[in-house]
Design a protein around this ligand. Sequence first.
Ligand code: PLP
Length: 437
Amino acid sequence: MTDRNDDLFSAAREVIPGGVNSPVRAYGSVGGTPRFLASASGATVTDAAGNEYVDLVASWGPALLGHAQPEVVAAVQEAATRGLSFGAPTEGEVELAALIADRVRVGEARPVERVRLVSTGTEATMTAIRLARGATGRDLLVKFSGHYHGHSDGLLAAAGSGVATLALPGSAGVPAPIAAQTLVIDYNDPDALAAVFAEHGERIAAVIVEAAAANMGVVPPLPGFNRLLADTVHAHGALLILDEVLTGFRVHPAGFWGLQAEAGEEYLPDIITFGKVVGGGMPLAALGGRADVMDLLAPLGPVYQAGTLSGNPLSVAAGLATLRLATPEVYATVDAAAARVSRALDEALTDAGVTHAVAHAGNLFSASFRATAPRTYAEAQDQESFRYAAFFHAMREQGVALPPSVFEAWFLTAAHGEEELQRIEAALPIAARAAAS
Ligand code: PLP
């Protein structure tokens, strides 16, 4: 029997490649028909056939406060009455940039002195890399296998997220000389880091790293690894780009960097990229960093970056409202909900006899179907990932929407209340048994 989702998927495939505007939405790794969403509110989403699900995707991260949070929606509506886009500076941009810079601090440490607003995480990382190259006069970039930083040419080599899901080594259409500027090494591997700097140290402009990897499933940095990265790049005159597009303002008011700094792992990235939560569900992202580096951006400096919709007033309104509402209580609520769901997930898989490991990075977590939590991309891929499809569909049948790939993090929001958490807890044992068979 088909429903409205099937009809829409058929129609979509006639006009949109694969029927989707971002590959992971096509359910390639779990099979079946993607749910076409009609609306979302709080902790739930409703599909085109009228089915409601408790949502653990949160728009892939932005919905920290829950979907359609009334004050955020009101802020966007109010901004819309004053004009949709100006292509000129606005007061709101100044407020948002100042808020970002102010929030990303722990004690005296304050890595964000200047902020440039862009529209997507891809733009933020792309610009950060150009800036690092402009600042150092060097070409090479080091990235980690399984880390995803968006879809710009130089960053798809051994990337996570949709690239991991589709098992593509990179992408067609990236010229070999561009791919050759990116050196890919294993994550959490100090020897690989030392080796790449020993061989290419004088040509490396920057290392880009997810503050905690969450696009090959959640794979946190080993203790001390991010500090070692900062020490190594700085010893060689290169820059550290900390990608907090996913983790920024989600795991802590000062991002994963803040979480680590508070726990005593102190290091200073030169550029940090933000996205997702910072735009509150609207297209907005940012890069921030040391003033002397950031001031190399045009119009002050020689590194060009621009955008018709950069600092869009509706996006800025959503971002400002979201960050202002993201109080310590919000983080405590999300952390507690994540701890409860991840514990229930762990217990359900254990009770069903499914070999698994649940890994955490603050309130982000995911399960992998292997005995120990992966530390590298190779380990993340070495699991019984086929079990996730049965697990995913069983959860969906119980009215819980999970990310449609084992390589994605699960996202809780401040809107997940007792009722939604109980619905998830009731569904997990059923899904775990489906994964076991
Ligand atoms: N960096 C990280 C760590 C991400 O998780 C993502 C997206 O998931 C990006 C960059 C790219 O952001 P966008 O999808 O907004 O281009």
